[in-house]
Every structure is written in C-alpha cells, then in structure tokens.
Design a protein around this ligand. Sequence first.
Ligand SMILES: Cc1cc2nc3c(=O)[nH]c(=O)nc-3n(C[C@H](O)[C@H](O)[C@H](O)COP(=O)(O)O)c2cc1C
Length: 191
Amino acid sequence: MKITVLEIIAGIVGLLSGFQSLAHAADANAGGKKVLILYYSWSGNTRELAKQIQAQTGGDLVELETVTPYPTAYNQTVEQAKKELEANHLPPLKTRVDNLASYDVIFLGSPNWWYTLAGPVRTFLSQNNLAGKTVIPFMTHGGGGFANSLKDIKAFCPNATILEGLAILGTRAKNAQGDVARWLHTLGMAK
Ligand SMILES: Cc1cc2nc3c(=O)[nH]c(=O)nc-3n(C[C@H](O)[C@H](O)[C@H](O)COP(=O)(O)O)c2cc1C
C-alpha cells in the first residue's frame, strides 16, 4: 500500500486534535476531579460569586439553607448572628449533601459574618468530615476580607488540603468574573 506524504500529515493532525479534545474533556472537570461549589448567602453576594465559579469550573452548585431562615431585616440578622457566635450556636441546616463522598474538590463559600464564617457554614463544617478533600474557600465581605475565616476553616477540617481562597467585596460580587477567572487559572481549576 502506498501512503502519500499528505496522508501522513493528515494522520498526524488528526492524532493531535484527538489528544487536544481528550485534554479538554479532562479540563472540563478540573483535571478529572469532581467539583462541588457549596455556599451560604444571606443577601445574594456570595451566591453571585458561587454562580460564576460554577460557570467557570463546571462543578455542581449547592446552596446551604437553614431550617429557620434568618430575619429579612439586616440589623436583626447582624444581632442574631452575633449572639449565635458568642453562644457557639450552630443553626440547624435544611440542606443535606448526601453524595459528599463523591467529590474531590469543594469550593466553600460564605459571607464574612463577624470576622468569620456565617453560622450555616460553621454548622456544615462541624457536621461533615472533609478529611482528604481539597477545600477552596471563597468569601464576600463588607471590607474585612477573610478575617479569621481561613484559620477557622483549618480548625474545622485539619485533614483537608486547603488551597488559596478568593475574597471579594460584596458590592463587587456581580462583576467579579475576571477575578474569578484569574484565580481559577492560578489554581488550575478553570474548565
Ligand atoms: C450578620 C452579618 C455580619 C457581618 N459581619 C461582617 C464583618 O465582620 N466584616 C465584613 O467585612 N462584613 C461583614 N458583613 C457584611 C457581609 O459580609 C457582606 O455584605 C457580604 O457580601 C454578604 O454576603 P451575602 O450577600 O452572600 O449574604 C456582615 C453582614 C451580616 C449580615
């Protein structure tokens, strides 16, 4: 059988594009890892960020909800959150993540509440063992950044691998796509 140079080139090009689409398929789920984006949001800022992470990683999105919703008034929620933190009260969750074991990577999102994680996120961390998982924190805030949140996540899950997080001012959350893209790229988590 006679094979022309053209046919050899066509074969190589075909092989290369095959490899490329394989690599792309793996990238679509952060290097073949199963990704969960889990968050709590009271007024919607952290939800905005979570949705952008979902769009750019292709992971599954789950919002934590409490059995008893927080008040709709800001000042009342601020007061209640303060009391809960002081009493180390963990608000019961309505949301359950039954297939948690199947995830390798968990993007964990919270608003900054009194310099740390919001109560519902503290409840989740206290009830679920994240040993062996990769946890990537994200937070929206009113100027305080992560404050004590990273230290507190480490204390809740000492045997998880915690990667660099992203903290965004709440008022900027709707327009954070660029920050999210750069951050995910650095982590190697973009699809
Ligand atoms: C109960 C409560 C406590 C807060 N405490 C802080 C704080 O200590 N530091 C800070 O920078 N922002 C604080 N904020 C502002 C929120 O972190 C910020 O508005 C955030 O983007 C809200 O996210 P969400 O819309 O997802 O609920 C607090 C807000 C609430 C409701």
